[in-house]
Design a protein around this ligand. Structure first.
Ligand SMILES: C[S@@+](CC[C@H](N)C(=O)[O-])C[C@H]1O[C@@H](n2cnc3c(N)ncnc32)[C@H](O)[C@@H]1O
Ligand code: SF4
Length: 451
């Protein structure tokens, strides 16, 4: 097929679709729902099962202009320390609601910048977490690190408490790009943190890279990618820059005329894919790469990949407990999201110990859609037989979806075994395809670019 023509025909270069880190996406959550259900859902987590824990630290010393994460700038540690005190209360309240034998299989600290905490504050927070949750046998502990904000005593505290994975933000090393996105970060700073982590046996490292940034050219990006590959991360996340200034006000600092157009974005993404695969990385989903022996690469090959709010994961736990402002908890029954503003979050925890303010209770049809979309995003398949087995009351709807997909996307799907498989060349279309089957998302929505 002529790839570019096919992509254009299916609207890849114009479409704005959710990233589908959840189904339904968080903009469908309803006020009041989280609070009503969170308590019951926590109580229904089976005793003896494993849960994953996510802790959100919404503070940064610098606010990079490109960043769409929920975070706020701070010059002092006072609000950060006050926030950690509230986090500890929330962790205690949630733990007291759960059955005693529940263990923690994953702990992830994200942000913002978790490494903004002092070593002392981090240690206090983590002791609360480890006192609350016994760890499962294959426990994994990961942290997001801004390499310009990662002091050795803090890193050492994380390592002493069991850190075994880290994700470092790179974005782009080109000075002109860094200037245009308000994020200065040298290769040396990044290398120093990587060396420290590796010399302390933190073996699994991920680097985040962005394409679609202002002033990025194939030449400049190739140079960044060479540096990134030379750092030999175990995993790579390559995200398309989401320019959403209506959601992330700081992005008004980025001049739209400096941004690559959709076709240039596509070529930058292709350039990264080619360089990563030529250098021994295997593609994982639509925006990750990993070394062949890495657990994410293995999960992708074995069909065990999942998607959560952090992106692709091999975490198999159906329950993810989110702590902190804006954090989202996932249960088999639905989602509960904490109040996004730090002040509102703190007020809620002080009042009741819990902070959820929005949520979503899955209907059986939503659960089916969530499975269809996760299968597409993680496995590039629509397996009619497996779906029928899992959702026997919806055989007609499943068959209708298969027919509709085949009619709409006839030249990119092929029939395989008991269902449909997407032609690997058409993987970049998968968000557009997910948006097509998604009955809830408005087709004229304000999501980020599909490429
Ligand atoms: C919480 S942030 C960064 C962690 C850490 N504070 C740092 O600066 O390295 C996690 C990742 O989200 C990605 N990200 C942030 N804003 C984005 C945007 N507008 N579009 C796409 N990805 C974005 C970046 O790749 C970033 O490394
Ligand atoms: S990229 Fe990291 S340091 Fe920059 S604003 Fe976002 S969370 Fe903060």
């Amino acid at each position: 097929m002529d790839k570019i023509d096919t992509f254009r025909r299916y609207g890849l270069f114009d479409a704005r679709v959710p990233r589908y880190t959840s189904y339904p996406p968080a903009n469908h959550f309803l006020e009041g729902m989280g609070q009503r259900h969170q308590h019951n859902w926590l109580q229904s987590v089976p005793d003896g099962s494993d849960v994953s824990v996510y802790i959100h630290i919404p503070f940064c010393k610098r606010l990079c202009w490109f960043c769409a994460c929920r975070t706020q700038g701070t010059k002092t540690m006072r609000p950060v320390n006050a926030y950690v005190d509230i986090l500890r209360k929330e962790i205690a309240a949630v733990r007291a609601t759960l059955a005693p034998g529940i263990k923690m299989s994953r702990l992830h600290l994200g942000g913002g910048t978790p490494t903004i905490l002092s070593a002392q504050t981090m240690s206090t927070l983590l002791r609360e977490v480890f006192d609350a949750f016994q760890t499962a046998e294959d426990f994994e502990f990961s942290v997001e690190i801004d390499p310009t904000e990662a002091e050795p005593p803090l890193l050492q505290t994380l390592i002493d408490l069991g850190l075994n994975r880290a994700s470092l933000g790179v974005q782009d090393f080109a000075p002109q790009v860094q200037e245009a996105i308000g994020r200065a970060q040298t290769l040396e700073q990044t290398e120093t943190v990587i060396d420290f982590l590796r010399s302390n046996r933190v073996k699994s490292l991920n680097l985040d890279v962005l394409y679609g940034l202002p002033h990025q050219t194939i030449e400049s990006f190739t140079q960044t990618l060479k540096h990134v590959i030379a750092l030999q991360p175990d995993r790579l996340a390559i995200y398309g820059y989401a320019h959403v200034p209506w959601m992330s006000k700081r992005q008004v600092m980025i001049r739209e005329e400096d941004l690559p157009d959709p076709m240039a974005r596509f070529k930058l993404a292709q350039c990264a894919e080619q360089m990563f695969t030529e250098n021994g990385y295997e593609p994982v989903g639509i925006d990750h790469f990993a070394k062949p022996g890495d657990s994410l690469a293995l999960a992708a090959k074995q069909g065990r990949l999942h998607r959560n709010f952090q992106g692709y994961t091999d975490d198999q736990s159906p329950t993810l407990l989110g702590f902190g402002a804006s954090a989202i908890s996932t249960f088999p029954q639905g989602y509960a999201q904490n109040a996004p503003a730090t002040f509102a979050y703190q007020e809620r925890v002080n009042a009741t110990g819990f902070a959820s303010f929005k949520g979503f209770e899955m209907t059986p049809v939503d659960a089916l859609m969530a499975r269809v979309i996760e299968d597409l995003m993680c496995r590039f398949t629509f397996d009619e037989k497996a779906l029928g087995k899992a959702f026997p009351k919806h055989l007609d709807a499943i068959h209708a979806m298969a027919v509709s997909l085949m009619q709409k996307f006839s030249d990119v799907f092929f029939i395989s075994g008991d269902g449909l498989k997407l032609n690997p060349e058409a993987y970049p279309l998968v968000r557009v395809i997910a948006g097509y089957v998604d009955s809830r998302t408005s087709k004229k929505s304000s999501h980020s670019s599909a490429i």
